[in-house]
Design a protein around this ligand. Structure first.
Ligand code: F6R
Length: 603
C-alpha cells in the first residue's frame, strides 16, 4: 500500500515529514525514508524496517531544508531493504520520486531505459518513474511528470521534486490515493488525511489521471494531457482516529469496503486484456506434476477448498486440501511430482511454514500465496504469488480472503492453460467475468444497511448454522468462522446435505440457519435443505442470486449472478458485514478480538 507525504513551506520539512510518516505507518512498514532539498542538494535518509529505525538512524538530527518528501513502504517489487526504500533518485541525483502503487509495465520500461543508458540502483518498479521524468525534463517538472506518466500502466500515487525548481512539489495519481493539504504559505501532499490533520483541515482531492504542482502560494491541477482543472477545496471534519480508519468506525469495516479494490489489485500486472500473464510461474516445469496439495490454516484453508475445486474442474489435476496443523502429523503422500500450494496472508503461520519445510524435504514443487512481502513463507517457497491486498490491520481476514480467492482463480486458470484443458476463449470468458466482480461487489456493499438491520435483529442468538453445497460450502465455513471470531457467537458451517446426518437435532426456533442458495448446479438441493430446516421451525436467512423470486426464507439477501466458480468471491461479503454488525451490536472489540493474533507464529 505505502504512504507518501510531502511538504513545501517556510518551516523545516524533515520533522513534518517524519510526523506524517508516523501517521501513515498503518499503510506499510517495510522501510521508511525522506528526501529534503538542502541548499541545492537532495539529501536522502532511508532505512529498512519501521519508521523507528529511521528515527534511530537520524538520532535527533534534523536535515535542514524547506521542501521534501517522505515514504513508508509496503513492498511489492523488490524485497524490503534499504536499497529498495524510497525516495528514489534519477541518474543525475537532481530529482527524487516516491511512489505508492504498482507499475505494471515496469519490466519493459526498465529494459528500454537501460538500453538508453540509464542505470538503476534498486529492484523497484518505482525507479523507472524517476528515470522517465529525468528524460522528459526540459525545465518544467509538472510537464515532465505528465509526459513520463503517459507511458506508465498500472496504479500510482507519486511525489517528485527537483533541485532545478527548488520551491515546487509535484504529485500525481492513478488508482492510488493522494490528497493535498492547503496551509497558510505552506502546502502538503499525502496518501491519506491523518498526515495532514496536525497542520490543516483544508484539503483538495487529487483525482485519477491528474497531476498537481504545489508551491508555498498555492496548488495547480492538470489532467495527464495537460488540461488545467479547477478543484474546490473541502473541509476535513474527522478526528484523528476516524481519519486513520478512513472515516469508518473500525478497520474491519474499512477493509471490507476495500474488497472491490483488493480484486483489482490482485489482478494488477497479471492480465493482458483477456489473456493471463502470471509471470510468477513463468518457466516453471509442470510436466512431471501429477497431483497437488493445498496446505493452509483458518480462512486461508477455506480459500484452499475453493482452489481445489477450481483446479480440479479446470485443470483436471487431483488436489488434496490439508489443514496445516494436521498435515505434518498425517502421512502426506508428497513426492517430487506433487505441486504443494501454501496459502497464508501473513506468510508467518508456524504450521504452514512447517508444511512448507516438509514439502521441500520430500522434493515437492512449492508455490506460496501470501500478502506480506519478504515473510518467511515467501523466502522458502520455490515461487510466490503475492495477494497485493495492502496491509490488513483488522485481526480477522476479510480483504485478504477475497484476494486469496482471486489469485487462486488465476492460478487454476494458468494450470488449465498449461495442461491444455481450457482454450484461450474459455479463459477469456472467465477473465471477463473476474474483471466485472469489483462493480458487482460494490452492489453487494450497497446492501449494507439492510444487512446491518438483519444483524441487529439476530444479534441476541447464541448459536447459528451456515449451510451450503458445492462452491457455497467453503463460504458457509468462512461465514461461520467470521461470526465466531468477532461476535463470539457459536456458529457451525456444514455441507447442507450433511445436516440430516446429525446436526439437524440441534435446530429449533432459536437457532437461525444461514443458507447459501445461489442459483447454480446445487440450487434444487439447497432448496430441499431449506425446507427441512423450516419444518423444524428454525428461521432461515438465505443468500440468493438477484432475480430469484421463488426462494422461501425468513430473510433473503441478494447478490449479483456470476459464473459458478466465482460465486464465493461475492457470496462471503454479506456474511462478513453480518458478523461485523452483530459484533457491533454486542459491543465486541472488532478490530482486536479476544484471544486472536494476526500472525499465529506458534504451533
Ligand atoms: C481468520 C483468521 C485466521 C487465519 C489463519 C491463517 O479471520 O484470521 O483463521 O486465516 O490464522 O492465517 P494466515 O493466512 O496468515 O496463514
Amino acid at each position: 500500500m505505502c504512504g507518501i507525504v510531502g511538504y513545501v513551506g517556510p518551516r523545516f520539512a524533515a520533522p513534518i515529514l517524519l510526523d506524517g510518516l508516523k501517521r501513515l505507518e498503518y499503510r506499510g512498514y517495510d522501510s521508511a525514508g525522506i528526501a529534503v532539498l538542502n541548499q541545492g542538494r537532495i539529501e536522502i535518509e532511508k532505512c529498512e524496517g519501521k519508521l523507528e529505525n529511521l528515527l534511530a538512524a537520524l538520532d535527533g538530527r534534523t536535515v535542514p531544508g524547506f521542501l521534501g518528501l517522505g515514504h513508508t513502504r509496503w513492498a511489492t517489487h523488490g524485497e524490503p531493504s534499504q536499497t529498495n526504500a524510497h525516495p528514489h533518485p534519477d541518474c543525475t541525483g537532481r530529482l527524487v520520486v516516491v511512489h505508492n502503487g504498482i507499475i505494471e509495465n515496469y519490466a519493459s520500461l526498465r529494459q528500454e531505459l537501460l538500453e538508453r543508458g540509464h542505470s538503476f540502483t534498486s529492484e523497484t518498479d518505482t525507479e523507472v518513474v524517476a528515470h522517465l521524468i529525468e528524460e522528459a525534463y526540459e525545465g518544467d517538472l509538472a510537464e515532465a511528470t505528465r509526459k513520463a506518466l503517459r507511458q506508465v500502466r498500472g496504479a500510482y500515487a507519486i511525489g517528485v521534486f527537483s533541485v532545478d525548481e527548488p520551491e515546487l512539489l509535484v504529485g500525481a495519481r492513478l488508482f492510488s490515493p493522494l490528497v493535498v493539504g492547503l496551509g497558510q504559505g505552506e502546502n502538503y501532499l499525502a496518501s491519506d488525511i491523518p498526515a495532514l490533520l496536525p497542520h490543516t483541515r483544508r484539503a483538495l482531492i487529487v483525482e485519477d489521471g491528474e497531476v498537481v504542482a504545489l508551491d508555498r502560494q498555492g496548488v495547480r491541477v492538470w489532467t495527464l494531457e495537460g488540461k488545467e482543472v479547477h478543484r474546490e477545496p473541502f473541509h476535513i471534519s474527522w478526528d484523528l482516529e476516524a481519519a486513520e480508519k478512513g472515516g469508518y468506525p473500525h478497520f474491519v469495516l474499512k477493509e471490507i469496503h476495500e474488497e472491490p479494490e483488493a480484486i483489482k489489485n490482485a489482478l494488477r500486472g497479471r492480465l493482458d486484456g483477456e489473456r493471463l500473464s502470471l509471470s510468477e510461474v513463468e518457466g516453471l516445469d509442470l510436466s512431471q506434476i501429477n497431483r497437488g496439495c493445498i496446505v493452509a490454516c483458518g480462512t486461508s484453508f477455506y480459500a484452499g477448498l475453493v482452489g481445489k475445486r477450481l483446479i480440479e474442474e479446470w485443470a483436471c489435476l487431483p488436489m488434496e486440501v490439508a489443514i496445516a496443523s494436521e498435515f505434518r502429523y498425517s502421512c502426506p503422500v508428497i513426492d517430487p511430482r506433487t505441486l504443494v500450494i501454501l496459502i497464508s496472508q501473513s506468510g508467518e503461520t508456524a504450521d504452514t511454514l512447517a508444511a512448507l519445510r516438509l514439502a521441500k524435504e520430500r522434493g515437492a514443487l512449492t508455490l506460496a500465496l501470501a500478502n506480506v512481502m519478504g515473510s518467511s513463507i515467501t523466502r522458502g517457497a520455490d515461487r510466490v504469488l503475492y495477494l497485493q491486498a495492502g496491509p490488513e490491520i483488522g485481526v480477522v481476514a476479510t480483504k485478504t480472503y477475497i484476494a486469496e480467492l482471486v489469485v487462486i482463480t488465476l492460478l487454476a486458470l494458468e494450470l488449465a492453460r498449461r495442461r491444455g484443458l481450457l482454450t484461450k476463449g474459455q479463459i477469456g470468458e472467465v477473465i471477463r467475468e473476474v474483471k466485472a466482480l469489483p462493480s458487482k461487489m460494490e452492489r453487494v456493499l450497497e446492501g449494507e444497511e439492510e444487512i446491518a438491520r438483519l444483524a441487529r435483529r439476530y444479534a441476541d442468538r447464541s448459536s447459528f448454522f451456515f449451510i451450503g453445497r458445492g462452491v457455497d460450502y467453503p463460504t458457509a465455513l468462512e461465514g461461520a468462522l467470521k461470526l465466531k471470531e468477532i461476535s463470539y457467537i457459536h456458529a457451525e458451517g456444514y455441507p447442507a446435505g450433511e445436516l440430516k446426518h446429525g446436526p439437524i437435532a440441534m435446530l429449533d426456533p432459536e437457532v437461525p440457519v444461514v443458507a447459501l442458495a445461489t442459483k447454480g448446479a446445487h440450487y434444487s438441493k439447497i432448496i430441499s435443505s431449506i425446507q427441512e430446516v423450516r419444518a423444524r421451525k428454525a428461521q432461515v436467512l438465505a443468500l440468493a442470486t438477484e432475480g430469484d423470486e421463488d426462494i422461501e426464507a425468513d430473510e433473503v439477501i441478494y447478490v449479483p449472478d456470476t459464473l459458478e466458480p466465482l460465486k464465493p468471491i461475492l457470496s462471503i461479503v454479506p456474511w462478513q458485514l453480518f458478523a461485523y454488525y452483530v459484533a457491533r451490536e454486542r459491543g465486541c472489540d472488532i478490530d482486536k478480538p479476544r484471544n486472536l493474533a494476526k500472525s499465529v507464529t506458534v504451533e
